[in-house]
Design a binder for this molecule. Sequence first.
Ligand SMILES: [Zn+2]
Length: 95
Amino acid sequence: MPAERATDVEYDVPDDETPAARCPYCDRPFRTEEYATLHVGTSHAEECTESERNAFEELRDDETYDLFTFHLKAAVSVFFVYFLFTFLYALVWSG
Ligand SMILES: [Zn+2]
């Protein structure tokens, strides 16, 4: 999914860096524990424990969350624009 790939670029840990935290659900590495907490709270909201949920709620007021959602929104916007252009292109050629 393009939206997921776009956020991977931002949060993936380079090979020469040891990840500070890992997602306990999908084993994805993160550069900070905050990012892992935010990832669990957004991607695994259904399955995460209550303490993980609380940690996420606490972080959500933090500015880290603004940055996190900003990148998510940017990725979704890019995907939407791409979809729109593909749609218009198909429309023009079919008409
Ligand atoms: Zn995960």
